[in-house]
Design a protein around this ligand. Structure first.
Ligand SMILES: C[S@@+](CC[C@H](N)C(=O)[O-])C[C@H]1O[C@@H](n2cnc3c(N)ncnc32)[C@H](O)[C@@H]1O
Length: 422
């Protein structure tokens, strides 16, 4: 945990792009928020996935995606496909057969298918307290200021709403469970838990509620967590890639959706190993880009071009999204034993057969649409030097493709956990 004063931008903004440092108050007033179609409340009691209604499928066509509509008046860019895609150049497979329960297209392809205590946020360097709240404004979105430039996704309310939506998607995937590791009856009990890259803290809040006698810590580069949380939970601003300085080991350490957070996942996993008590568990939950397609419906689309560009950008900045596939290997290499990898899939849209597949697809499509601008803008402007206008035009076509429900793509999801030997 280092002082924020040593932070320097790892990446520079593209020429002409506006980067500005804001105080927290300015950030609140300057950010133009689009209404999110689905905005589950943060810091709520643990929620049953069955009680969650992302959108009313029957009315979906009319309403929920409307916050993107203004961008669609612009023309759709032509897809240029000269030579092999970056996936091919990078040796990444994209059309691999589904790895778990094979997805199949529902020929109906209708969305209305009837199958359907005291909380403190601080750094170890208290003099840095104000600066970590001074978010950086870039192209209309705000980003963390602690270790400025290190993470490419925004931290504004729009992104926070998306993270909370995605939390429910993970819960739905895991049948309402926050974790897969067998920690309920952990020998010696569960007294200390850590959530790295906690985001809005929604997972940590639910976890602290489920284990009220455990001390839970959530860490993140951004102090975006709420104040009103269970008394056994607190948050710290921290870079998980720094040497860990906690005063105790943990019975359980968790990290979710951290695929492009670290230059070196191994560094973080080794720290997690050192700070897991013997017999305790470490668990990672994540998605893998590139998306997979069960047929050739993605070929030649703007969506395919976007996936190529995202892969190029993440590889260029040393944050390979495909690393998630190696999590099991990494945990074993670090020393964890009995490592388990579970595989899931989130279809993009309601094209896949099956009630759960449709529900996951409905939620994931909303997740993707609401996060699209956030996780594209900084990546493509900073890493590939694209202009904001080029990115917005690209995204217009990507949104069309996603909403069409005719491109049969899904994102592979992995849950990996292992135990530290006694
Ligand atoms: C996609 S979000 C996931 C948030 C949360 N785990 C969840 O599933 O809702 C990734 C989070 O990791 C944080 N992050 C990125 N790089 C980090 C780092 N090096 N150390 C700590 N947190 C980091 C980001 O600020 C962001 O809040």
């Amino acid at each position: 945990m280092a002082s924020s004063s040593e932070a320097g931008p790892a990446l520079s903004a593209a020429p002409g792009d506006k980067v500005q440092h804001l105080t927290k108050a300015e950030e609140t007033s300057s950010t133009v928020e689009e209404p999110a179609a689905v905005t589950p409340s943060r810091g709520s009691e643990p929620t049953e996935p069955t009680a969650i209604r992302p959108t009313d499928p029957a009315s979906e066509a009319a309403a929920p995606l409307s916050h993107h509509d203004s961008a669609e008046a612009r023309s759709i860019p032509t897809v240029q496909k000269d030579g092999p895609s970056s996936h091919e150049q990078l040796g990444i497979e994209i059309a691999e057969a589904p790895s778990v329960a094979a997805l199949s297209v529902d020929s109906g392809e209708r969305d209305d298918d009837s199958a359907l205590g005291d909380t403190s946020i601080y750094t170890t360097n208290t003099s840095a307290r104000s600066s970590v709240y001074d978010f950086v404004l870039e192209n209309g979105r705000t980003y963390h200021s602690y270790r400025e430039g290190k993470y490419e996704l925004p931290n504004d309310e729009r992104e926070q709403d998306r993270l909370d939506l995605q939390h429910h998607l993970f819960l739905l995937t895991l049948d309402g469970q926050l974790y897969n590791a067998p920690i309920k009856d952990l020998p010696g009990g569960l007294h200390n838990a850590l959530d790295i890259g906690t985001g809005t803290g929604i997972w940590a809040i639910d976890f602290a509620s489920e284990f009220p006698s455990a001390n839970v810590i959530g860490t993140d580069l951004s102090p975006i967590q709420p104040d009103l949380v269970p008394p056994n939970l607190h948050f710290e601003v921290d870079d998980a890639e720094d040497p860990w300085l906690f005063s105790n080991q943990f019975d359980y350490i968790h990290g979710r959706a951290l695929a492009i957070c670290f230059k070196s996942h191994m560094t973080v996993i080794k720290s997690a190993y050192n700070f897991t008590r013997p017999g305790g568990y470490f668990e990672l939950q994540d998605c893998i880009v590139p998306f997979r397609c069960i047929d050739d419906s993605m070929k030649g689309t703007t969506l395919e071009r976007w996936v190529d560009l995202i892969m190029q950008a993440t590889q260029k900045i040393g944050k390979d999204w495909t690393r998630v596939r190696k999590y099991k290997e990494y945990l074993e290499e670090a020393g964890f034993e009995d490592v388990v990898e579970k595989k899931y899939e989130w279809p993009v849209g309601t094209w896949a057969k099956g009630k759960k597949e449709k529900l996951l697809g409905l939620w994931y499509r909303e997740d993707l649409l609401s996060g699209l601008q956030g996780f594209t803008m900084a990546l493509l402007t900073r890493a590939l030097g694209m202009s904001t206008v080029e990115v917005e035009l690209l995204l217009t076509g990507v949104r069309e493709d996603i909403k069409s429900n005719k491109i049969h793509i899904y994102i592979p999801v992995r849950v990996v956990y292992g135990r530290k030997p006694l």
